[in-house]
Design a protein around this ligand. Structure first.
Ligand code: CDP
Ligand code: MG
Length: 812
């Protein structure tokens, strides 16, 4: 009989590790050194060590000499022919006219807010103006500028552009840093990073010592990290009177931000774009030969029915039927007056198979009939993009590599792929970029003349009342639609094809709701706790638009439930570890438990897979084959997560034998995703080793990796409370969650292929609401695992069982 619950055992074990870490890093105060050391692991080329300077005056001299060198190099470049050419280009950007005004404003105010249309030169130019003027005045080595971006890819592409404009390799004066990746060195004085990176830095360096200027970019998007940064920085400004904060936005609603900072001055950069002609669905249907009739019948279908009908229809093969459905839906329409419910029904088909055919048709129209110029297609997410790409490959015109180049642009693409997007293709080849809303504001593809806008974006919405996060494709805002349209008029007059009727556009919200108000606050609250700024609720009430108290309470309850906070809302040892890991707290917990319970390797694969995306491909026309291929990896485990582990391991083996390509092809796996999982695995184990939780000996960390039940238990430990009960009836089986009632499994889940499942519970990581709630990857677990590993490891209930004895004594 063990007198301690699992939770307390884990907590005391983590305490030992924390003590050891703090001893080895020479601090006994808090965990800040740990975060710092993690940061250094991430800093791939950091060599700088300020402690190595013996005293201030020596350091001052070193920096002065360095500043002179920087000035000489800058002047030499600016006077070179290439440098001059670059300067000429830069001078043509609208922001250049405002340069002096900006520098003056920044010199005289601690905070300023700048707005200006996308492409006017905010991101690449403004931080550079400051850098150049500091270098020119001989203070180059003393300045340190940080500019945050909401997305990895923009931080990377912008830093590369700015170093090119300065005639330097990336990682010299200009560098970047995103989660688990970076290029910066001891000479870096302008750093582009994601907002998340700056937040993590604030955890260990509350005063941002040594930083002179902070730019927070794309604040109009109202991302959660940006909103969070704005509060933290507001708190910091009085302590760092010399620090300058510059907020940048692509829209004109700068007043809101200015007010937040006590009336900070605002500057608008007047921009120039060419006119863009707009076409709505009505026109698009006509151009593409679809016949337009009425919309009234859509109400007769009802949402449910329309959805089902669609699911049964396979694109291309049954094009006629689809055309009929569109015709039915739009039959004899006077577009002006259908109900919002009809709009919702319409929403069902836009990004789905019929939407694909429409996109295909309009792309054909552009390629055949329109003038040269690249096409940018806005879609909802990676899945839609890859499905459409596959569909286009089979098309006689769009799939012909001599005439059309189809590229994709989304948050998790490989760096090599990113570069292609910005390059101009050979003459006579039409470049088509399939993108998520990432291409809306933060990256600029110069040669775009045509924009196809499906009107939707995948957006996490959060229902605080039911405490369910949902990732749903939903209608974009009018501001987004305008922004998308604007992408077509950068180099010459453009065309924008909206795949929705004008009246739907008029029903869009004016602006999108800030992310802080539509996502669960779990990670955020954990970070606030580790910033040690007092009560979470109070801290968040200072936000630009504070979240509902209920949403905050849900997050706190969640963190308590998983054991990251104790009853008095203080960080537990587990919580301290979770706040150090750059992943969702649930996945972080899985990693920590995988390390403690010595089954690290498979757990690492699961966590990396869940943080990248599903490597199992699901081509529209081969869904069944793909499903069968996936189920071969499941081996009666009743687990998508274990299937992922097997698929990954098989891929590693195949790679060793040189047959990785064939392996992926045969098993419907994405080699690119597996590669991404592979590198994320490396990064995570690096960090975990650094936190002291892993043994240097890989064998020791994996002593129990072959114990399937244990791995299953650790998955359960991480994904709780995502649980559905398995309900068996005589001939059928269904699944229920507490919040949503009956839920369905994704067609590609291995568990969707069984008649019955010998487990009472399915544990899952993500659910998606599309009329009905679907759960994605799931793993069957038993009652005993649920009791032992669900929640805060039993909510402090003293579990005394032989399983407990077995697991603890065998593993810890
Ligand atoms: O931030 P904002 O949208 O105002 O503009 P920016 O990203 O600073 O871009 C200014 C200009 O630099 C763009 O209009 C492009 O012409 C050019 N640029 C580029 O050529 N390559 C990049 N990777 C980024 C920008
Ligand atoms: Mg920008």
């Amino acid at each position: 009989v063990i007198p301690l619950s699992l939770q307390r055992r884990v907590e005391s074990l983590l305490q030992e590790h924390l003590d050891r870490l703090q001893l080895s890093s020479g601090s006994v105060k808090d965990n800040s050194n740990v975060s710092k050391s993690i940061d250094q692991v991430e800093d791939l080329n950091t060599e700088e060590n300020p402690d190595s300077f013996p005293d201030r005056s020596v350091m001052e001299k070193v920096l002065q000499r360095k500043s002179l060198r920087m000035r000489n190099m800058q002047r030499a470049w600016q006077e070179s022919p290439e440098g001059r050419r670059m300067l000429d280009f830069r001078k043509s950007l609208p922001s250049f006219k405002e340069k002096e005004r900006l520098l003056q404003a920044i010199a005289h105010n601690q905070v300023i807010v700048i707005s200006g249309e996308t492409g006017c030169g905010k991101t690449t130019q403004l931080p550079q103006y400051i850098l150049e003027s500091e270098i020119e005045s001989g203070r180059g080595a003393f300045c340190s500028i940080i500019c945050t971006q909401p997305r990895r890819i923009s931080a990377m592409s912008v830093s590369e552009r700015v170093s090119a404009e300065r005639g330097e390799p990336l990682g010299e004066t200009v560098g970047y840093k995103v989660r688990l990746e970076g290029m910066k060195g001891k000479n870096t004085h302008l750093l582009f990073c994601t907002s998340g990176i700056l937040l993590r830095r604030l955890l260990s360096d509350r005063n941002l010592d040594g930083i002179t200027h902070v730019f927070v970019d794309e604040i109009h998007e109202r991302g959660m990290n940006e909103d969070f940064l704005l509060i933290v920085l507001k708190d910091l400004l009085p302590r760092r009177r010399d620090l300058r904060l510059i907020l940048m936005s692509a829209t004109l609603n700068a007043e809101l931000f200015s007010k937040f900072y006590g009336g900070a001055p605002t500057i608008h950069i007047p921009g120039f774009t060419y006119p863009v002609r707009e076409h709505y669905l009505e026109d698009v249907l006509e151009m593409t030969g679809y016949k337009l009739t009425s919309f009234n019948q859509i109400d007769d279908y009802g949402q449910e029915k329309l959805w089902k009908t669609q699911k049964q229809l396979v694109p291309r093969k049954k094009k006629n039927q689809i055309t009929t459905l569109v015709e039915d839906a739009l039959n004899n329409s006077s577009f002006g007056n259908y109900s919002s419910r009809a709009c919702d029904s319409l929403a069902c088909w836009v990004p789905d198979s019929i939407g694909f055919n429409l996109i295909e048709a309009i792309l054909c129209h552009i390629c055949r009939k329109e003038r040269p110029g690249a096409v940018l297609v806005f879609m909802t997410g990676w899945e839609d993009i890859s499905c459409l790409r596959d569909q286009l490959k089979a098309h006689p015109l769009l799939g012909d590599p001599n005439r059309v180049l189809v590229l994709t642009c989304h948050g998790s693409m490989a760096t090599s792929e990113q570069k292609l997007i910005f390059e101009r293709p050979l003459a006579n080849i039409r470049k088509i970029v399939l993108a998520t809303n990432m291409a809306e504001a933060s990256i600029t593809i110069n040669d775009v003349v045509f924009v196809v806008d499906c009107g939707k974006a995948k957006e996490t919405t959060y229902d605080a009342l039911n405490n369910t996060p949902c990732l749903l494709p939903s209608w974009i805002s009018q501001a987004s639609a305008r922004q998308r349209r604007g992408r077509a008029g950068r180099v010459q007059p453009g065309e924008c094809y909206h795949l929705y009727p004008k009246c739907v556009y008029e029903a869009f919200a004016e602006y999108q709701l800030p992310e802080l108000l539509r996502t669960p606050l779990n990670s955020l609250c954990l970070q606030i706790k580790s910033l040690q700024v007092g009560s979470i609720g109070e801290f968040l009430s200072a936000a630009l638009q504070p979240p509902e108290p209920l949403a905050v309470q849900n997050a706190i309850d969640f963190l308590k439930m998983i054991g990251a906070l104790d009853e008095r809302e203080n960080l537990t040892n587990l919580g301290k570890y979770l706040s150090m890991l750059p992943v969702d707290p649930k996945l972080g917990k899985m990693l920590v438990m995988g390390a403690i319970f010595r089954c690290f390797d498979p757990v690492l694969t699961v966590v990396s897979g869940l943080s990248v995306r599903d490597p199992f491909l699901l081509p529209q026309d081969k869904k069944d084959l793909a499903g069968t291929a996936k189920s071969r990896f499941s081996a009666k485990d009743y687990s998508d997560h274990m299937a992922l582990v097997r698929a990954y391991e098989g891929w590693k083996d195949a790679e060793r034998e040189g047959s990785a390509y064939e392996y992926c092809w045969r098993n419907f796996l994405s080699a690119q995703t597996l590669q991404a999982i592979h590198s994320l695995r490396k990064q995570f184990s690096f960090i975990l080793r650094d936190t002291g939780l892993l043994d240097a000996d890989a064998g020791a960390n994996n002593r129990l990796s072959n114990n399937q039940s244990l791995v299953r238990a650790i998955i359960c430990c991480g994904l709780f409370p995502g649980i559905a009960s398995v309900v068996h009836r005589e001939t059928s089986m269904s699944f229920k969650t507490m919040d949503d009632g009956q839920v369905l499994l994704y067609a590609n889940s291995v568990n969707a292929r069984y008649q019955s499942i010998p487990y009472p519970w399915l544990i899952f990581g993500e659910k998606v609401k599309v009329n009905t709630v679907f759960i994605r990857d799931s793993t069957g677990v038993s009652d005993s695992i649920m009791i032992l590993f669900g929640g805060a490891l039993c909510h402090g209930v003293q579990v005394i069982s032989f399983v407990d004895i077995f697991l603890l004594d065998q593993t810890i």
